[in-house]
Write a protein that binds this ligand. Structure first.
Ligand SMILES: C[S@@+](CC[C@H](N)C(=O)[O-])C[C@H]1O[C@@H](n2cnc3c(N)ncnc32)[C@H](O)[C@@H]1O
Length: 209
């Protein structure tokens, strides 16, 4: 039931989210997927993950989603490439520092209470030249309607949509954390002028000027 609701509500966005990022990752990339969810994306993308030889660690705090995700990993024979953990990104530690090529927040960043603390920790998990990628809905102007609706949606749908993300706040946070936006792509326009965007960032000390 929980998975069916989740699939129904966010499947289009999930498709776009993983299509965009999996196409972007070069072969042999090592990726941390923060908030991998129920792994529904594996249905459409298992071949691509295999062909590109991607290695993905998926974190999530929702046991039900992860049970479903583990089933799909077995169905598509991805055990050697996709590993999921029931753990919050706030307490996770990678096998060693500078371990990942990409840290990916696919519609999960807006759910974190202390985004700044998470970025501070996560930056250290990147290899030199590594990137932090965000896929999320953002708003340019304050939307009181969305601020009212979003927190209430969880009670109706069981899916947590987190808080409304404003472009100026998000960019200010990137600036504080010395994460330089390298690319910001508008992928889809949503209701109430929301924009579904993929933002690729890199810690400043890794950027060659
Ligand atoms: C909107 S869902 C997106 C899931 C998936 N990326 C997708 O596109 O289908 C956000 C996910 O982030 C997870 N999440 C929320 N807070 C988290 C945290 N602190 N650490 C890891 N995952 C978290 C939620 O449980 C949920 O599965």
């Amino acid at each position: 039931m929980i998975n069916n609701l989740y699939n129904l509500i966010i499947s289009d966005i999930t498709r776009l989210c993983y299509k965009s990022c999996l196409n972007y990752f070069p072969p042999d990339s090592v990726i941390l997927d923060v908030g991998i969810g129920n792994g529904i994306m594996l249905k459409k993308n298992h071949s691509l993950i295999k062909v590109k030889n991607l290695r993905i660690t998926g974190l999530d705090i929702n046991r039900h989603y992860l049970e479903h995700c583990r089933k799909l990993i077995r169905v598509f024979g991805l055990e050697s490439q996709v590993d999921v953990r029931h753990q919050s990104v706030t307490t996770y530690d990678p096998p060693r520092q500078a371990y990942y090529d990409y840290i990916f927040f696919g519609m999960s960043f807006m759910l974190l209470d202390d985004q700044k603390a998470v970025l501070e920790r996560a930056k250290k998990w990147l290899k030199p030249q590594g990137e932090v990628i965000f896929f999320q809905t953002m708003f340019k102007n304050r939307s009181k309607v969305m601020e009212f609706i979003k927190p209430r949606l969880k009670f109706l749908t069981t899916v947590d949509f987190g808080r409304v993300t404003y472009e100026s706040d998000f960019y200010a946070l990137l600036d504080q954390e010395n994460l330089s936006p390298c690319k910001d792509m508008l992928l889809k326009k949503n209701v109430f002028k929301g924009e579904c965007r993929m933002i690729i960032t890199q810690p400043e000390h890794y950027i060659q000027h």
